[in-house]
Design a protein around this ligand. Structure first.
Ligand code: HPA
Ligand code: ZN
Length: 336
């Protein structure tokens, strides 16, 4: 039975700002889509898939994550994937989701923007109508691929510009600093797109500074490795740059050995605008509510801490002023 703290967290209006839609592909759906599309999976059953989800680091996860995405082929597949995530997020008390997708994972397989965008948008519009959840799409560039490929991807996305909230940068971080992507992010800014970037997940604090300086990132995805650089932490705190922290992801990929060692609370105590997120929940063992609940237990977070994390998530979102004011008023009524 859900305990009182879990029900309190569920009741808090929250935004999820760091979730990769391809990372919400549950093994059951992977098998269903593989059967539907005639894809051979290197696993015999769902239990074998889950057994393969034992990761040493980011790259060992990414190899399996990109392989899993191969079952996504038709518009209906992308619709089913998005729909399942939004229903789950709604059940966790998420009012707003800003959802990453990796277009290059699909275009490289010959699956075009028209195919996946139609599925994502159909699911988002339906969830908005039926559940009242607000959702928007952020397109991430894969940093293990050449910068030119990112630039080409941005041009391919232009017919869908009105359905994109922003751009991000993800995939293998170490050895792929942000600076070379500056021209692509400049072009995105000219198109009126919001800018975020993964930095400081496994990479050094310099990558976080680079994401801010070279890419104009408005939020840093992860950012936990900024902790060792006092000047950078002061900068993040003073400028209220949000970090979209993903505790169960950090645990699954070896960023921390135990959740009790996670620096989320230390970062909060130093004035950084921290948010909690799920990253790739089908792979890391928990959706948004689980991330809050397990982190709250591990770090002894108070009700005030939890309300602050929820408030940060709404303030850090790119939702309209009206939407944010509505959710903040709702939050005030619960946590005042
Ligand atoms: N880091 C980098 N790339 C990713 C991640 C992540 O946590 N999840 C999906 N792609
Ligand atoms: Zn991520």
């Amino acid at each position: 039975m859900a305990d009182a703290r879990e029900e309190f967290i569920r009741s808090l209006p929250k935004a999820e700002l760091h979730v990769h839609i391809e990372g919400t592909l549950e093994p059951e759906m992977m098998f269903e889509l593989a059967a539907r599309n005639g894809v051979d999976l290197p696993y015999g059953d769902v239990a074998e898939v889950r057994a393969a989800y034992s990761f040493d680091d980011l790259q060992s996860f990414l190899d399996i994550y990109y392989e899993g995405a191969s079952v996504l082929q038709l518009t209906q597949d992308f619709d089913d994937l998005m729909s399942a995530y939004l229903q789950r997020a709604h059940a966790d008390g998420v009012r707003r989701a800003e959802i990453f997708f990796d277009p290059q994972t699909h275009t490289e397989r010959g699956i075009g923007f028209d195919v996946f965008m139609a599925g994502f948008l159909a699911a988002i519009e339906r969830a908005q109508r039926e559940l009242g959840i607000s959702a928007a799409l952020i397109m991430c560039f894969l940093r293990h691929l050449p910068v030119d490929a990112a630039a080409d991807t941005l041009e391919l996305a232009l017919p869908h510009r009105e359905h994109l909230l922003g751009v991000g940068l993800d995939s293998s971080e170490v050895g792929h600093p942000p600076e070379p992507y500056a021209p692509v992010f400049r072009r995105a800014a000219e198109l009126g797109l919001r800018r975020v970037a993964h930095a400081g997940e496994e990479g050094p604090p310099a990558y976080v500074a680079g994401a801010l300086d070279a890419l104009g990132a408005e939020r840093i995805d992860h950012g936990v490795r900024a902790e060792s650089d006092d000047a950078l932490i002061a900068r993040l705190a003073d400028s209220s740059i949000p970090l979209t922290v993903c505790p169960l992801s950090n645990l699954a990929l070896g960023g921390v050995e135990r959740l009790e060692e996670h620096n989320l609370k230390r970062l909060m105590d130093r004035g950084v605008m921290v948010t909690v997120n799920s990253d790739d929940p089908a792979y890391f063992g928990g959706y948004l509510l689980d991330n809050y609940v397990r982190t709250a237990r591990a770090l002894d977070l108070t009700s005030d801490d939890l309300a602050t994390l929820a408030r940060n998530s709404i303030e850090a979102s790119f939702a309209t002023d009206d939407e944010r004011a509505r959710w903040l008023a709702e939050l005030d009524a619960i946590s005042a």
